[in-house]
Design a protein around this ligand. Structure first.
Ligand SMILES: N[C@@H](CCC(=O)N[C@@H](CS)C(=O)NCC(=O)O)C(=O)O
Length: 311
């Protein structure tokens, strides 16, 4: 069925855990496509046009990149229960930005340097390449982990303080995107092994809040093969683009443009600009095997510029 919610992800991906839990919170049914944790991803990039990060949401021939936009798209399609209560949504976004752009990097270095024996063998080389960094040896990873430990502890203690007045959720009386963003970063501390649970153990409010988050579950899902997902895209037509509300500096609709992440995993995606506003950039591409696909990116965190049209 072309309208199914299809998530391309893998089990130990923390950003995927954010989306899986949001699907659970909204009690949705979805299809699960397991993708490789490292590039190349030959069954994913025909859908995205080159974007390789995880996860990716597919609905027919519309592809949503980045969890910022994936959660918003789930909200548009399934508004209740909301992840964006009107009074607190902007604050929640700011906390989510802190969690993902500042708190998570030291956690990632700390967890990786303490779990080298269980990492897939080519993971570190892939991640270094993705960030344009040299591939570290084991002692470099151990040193990076040790250097990151203080920041990890400072951030974790800050989360406990956020909960210190006895509230159930980080920003207000109900869960928001902030809860999901902070949760997936802390989930990663023990996603691979139980070795670092000692970092969370002294924080009873965090532990109780994480248990509340975990209780949302993942919704009801069933597996789908990558080949089936490609067939869904090939059989579907992209939805009509949303009405655009460009800024004066934006390229006009119809321009051939290039979009890429502004931080890491900066593989460019090119296509015709079909919709743009303060939240989203949407590009139409034609894949030789799949036909027309519209790829959607968040506005913030992505670099947009006109490109020379392909011959
Ligand atoms: N800002 C992105 C970040 C996604 C991200 O960094 N995901 C990690 C996995 S948890 C990733 O893409 N790693 C490389 C890969 O999976 O190829 C989002 O919110 O979706």
């Amino acid at each position: 069925m072309s309208g199914e919610t299809i998530l391309h992800h893998y089990d130990f991906s923390n950003y995927s855990e954010k989306v899986r839990l949001a699907l659970g919170y909204k009690r949705l049914a979805w299809r699960s496509v397991t993708i490789p944790p490292v590039a190349p991803k030959p069954d994913l990039t025909p859908l995205t046009g080159g974007y390789r990060r995880t996860p990716v949401l597919q609905i027919g021939a519309d592809i949503y990149c980045d969890t910022w936009l994936i959660l918003r798209e789930l909200e548009r399609r399934h508004p209740s229960p909301t992840l964006y209560p009107a009074a607190t949504a902007a604050m929640a976004d700011a906390v989510a930005y802190w969690a993902e752009r500042q708190m998570f990097r030291p956690i990632s270095l700390y967890v990786s340097g303490n779990n080298m024996d269980v990492l897939p063998p080519n993971l570190q080389a892939d991640r270094s390449l993705m960030r344009g960094l040299p591939v570290p040896d084991e002692s470099t990873m151990r040193r990076a982990a040790a250097r990151s430990a203080p920041a990890v502890r400072i951030h974790i203690a800050a989360v406990e303080t956020m909960l210190s007045d006895g509230r159930d959720w980080l920003i207000g009386p109900v869960p928001t995107v902030a809860d999901f963003a902070v949760y997936h970063a802390l989930w990663f501390v023990s996603a691979r092994t139980e070795r670092l649970t000692r970092e969370l153990a002294p924080f009873p409010r965090i532990l109780a809040w994480m248990a509340r988050m975990r209780a949302f579950g993942h919704g009801s899902w069933s597996p789908m093969t990558a080949r089936e997902a490609l067939a869904v895209a090939a059989a579907a037509t992209p939805a009509d683009p949303r009405e655009s509300h460009p800024f004066p500096e934006d390229p006009s609709l119809g321009t051939w443009v290039r979009v890429r992440a502004d931080d890491y995993g900066r593989d460019p995606v090119e296509g015709e600009l079909v919709s743009i506003d303060a939240e989203e950039i949407a590009l139409r591409r034609t894949d030789p095997a799949l036909g027309e696909i519209v790829v959607h990116f968040p506005r913030l965190g992505y670099d947009l510029r006109p490109a020379l049209p392909r011959p």
